[in-house]
Write a protein that binds this ligand. Structure first.
Ligand code: UDP
Length: 337
């Protein structure tokens, strides 16, 4: 066998933003990586390592999955594939429940069939809803405000039941605000449509959009704008690796936050973007966006204690710097597709 000795990992959604950064890390760490991505939001160009195989298809395609599981002996599955537009989930909830909650059932069924019992899941801090206490610990009540958050929380419950029923071991990683791009500028964030703060601020600097609208200036925060916990995408990638290793070493199922524990306001992000780019940021001040809590900040203790992982970058400047590097690169935006 060509890859004898290498552990093989199935990564769904591995051509997406967080998935592609994780795939690069896994490949660099010597894993054989098979990516399953339907390329609805993912990019072929985001798979940059030659040894990584991209299979274009759906997580709900049972025959395709069976073929993959027959062909490879997967040590574990990392499941990123999902829709992640909170606003769209409100107007089209069934799309989210179908894709984010129902489709993974097929994946889990095929895993059970082939006795693959290690599963790393992309969950979200949106499962908490409006914070009752800050920073958010994993035992904070989970009352998601959007179908997106609910679609992810339901999978957390399903994973819990699968552990009881057939010993599936899983780590649900509740991401805070994923941001930044690869340090070498080779891959990055390329959403269409883009809704996230940092890329939109940088698009405004580049004149790709007329301005950035600050959603609300009357929040009960020091400068009146929302506070979030921005976590670098390469730190997220290393957390997935830590979670996979935890499971491969026989670790128990768990759910944990992935954040820095540092809160940064929208205005602070805009000021940092001015410093990093050396240019003005065209800004307008608008109304609050429905469903935005004033503050979301992680308590990252559990990830450190359970997975031995912590964010290597706490300064959002490094996230803006890497995002700017990617945005300013001539190859940016996976133009080939
Ligand atoms: N935000 C903003 N203008 C925008 C996009 C986002 O003011 O055009 C704010 C948003 O209200 C939130 C923060 O930036 O407080 C981060 O939003 P993003 O959509 O990036 O992530 P979210 O926190 O919604 O997951």
């Amino acid at each position: 066998m060509a890859n004898m000795g290498k552990q093989t990992v199935l990564v769904t959604g591995g051509a997406g933003y967080i998935g592609s950064h994780t795939v690069r890390l896994l490949a660099a760490e010597g894993y054989q990586v098979i990516v399953l991505d339907n390329l609805v939001y993912g990019h072929r160009g985001a798979i940059v390592d030659e040894g990584v195989e991209l299979v274009v298809g759906a997580v709900g395609d049972r025959e395709l999955l069976r073929d993959l599981f027959k062909k490879h002996q997967f040590s574990g599955v990392i499941h990123f594939a999902a829709y992640a537009y909170v606003g769209e989930s409100v107007t089209d909830p069934l799309k989210y429940y179908r894709n984010n909650t129902a489709e993974p059932l097929t994946l889990l069924e095929v895993m059970a069939e082939f006795s693959c019992t290690s599963f790393v899941f992309s969950s979200t801090c949106a499962t908490y809803g409006e914070p009752e206490t800050l920073p958010l610990t994993e035992d904070h009540p989970q009352k998601p405000l959007s179908p997106y958050g609910k679609s992810k929380l339901m999978v957390e419950w399903i994973l819990d039941d699968c552990d009881s029923a057939w010993d599936l071991k899983s780590v649900a990683l509740r991401y805070f605000n994923a941001s930044g791009c690869a340090s070498d500028g080779l891959i990055g964030e390329d959403h269409d449509p883009e809704t996230h703060l940092i890329p939109l601020v940088l698009k405004a600097v580049r004149g790709e959009i007329p301005e950035i609208t600050v959603f609300g200036t009357d929040y009960p925060t020091p400068d009146g704008t929302c506070i979030r916990d921005y976590i670098h995408v390469e730190d997220l990638a290393s957390a997935h690796l830590a979670a996979l290793r935890h499971l491969m070493n026989g670790g128990a199922s768990l759910q944990c936050n992935l954040g820095t524990g540092v809160g940064i306001s929208v205005k602070e992000i805009i000021d940092m973007a001015k410093e990093v780019t050396g240019q003005e940021v065209p800004v307008t001040y608008g109304q609050r966006r429905a469903g935005d809590p004033a503050q979301l900040i992680a308590d990252p203790t559990m990830a450190k204690e359970s997975l031995g992982w912590e964010a290597s970058r706490r300064d959002a400047r490094s996230m803006i710097e890497t995002a700017w590097k990617w945005m300013s690169a001539p190859h940016r935006g996976y133009f080939s597709e």
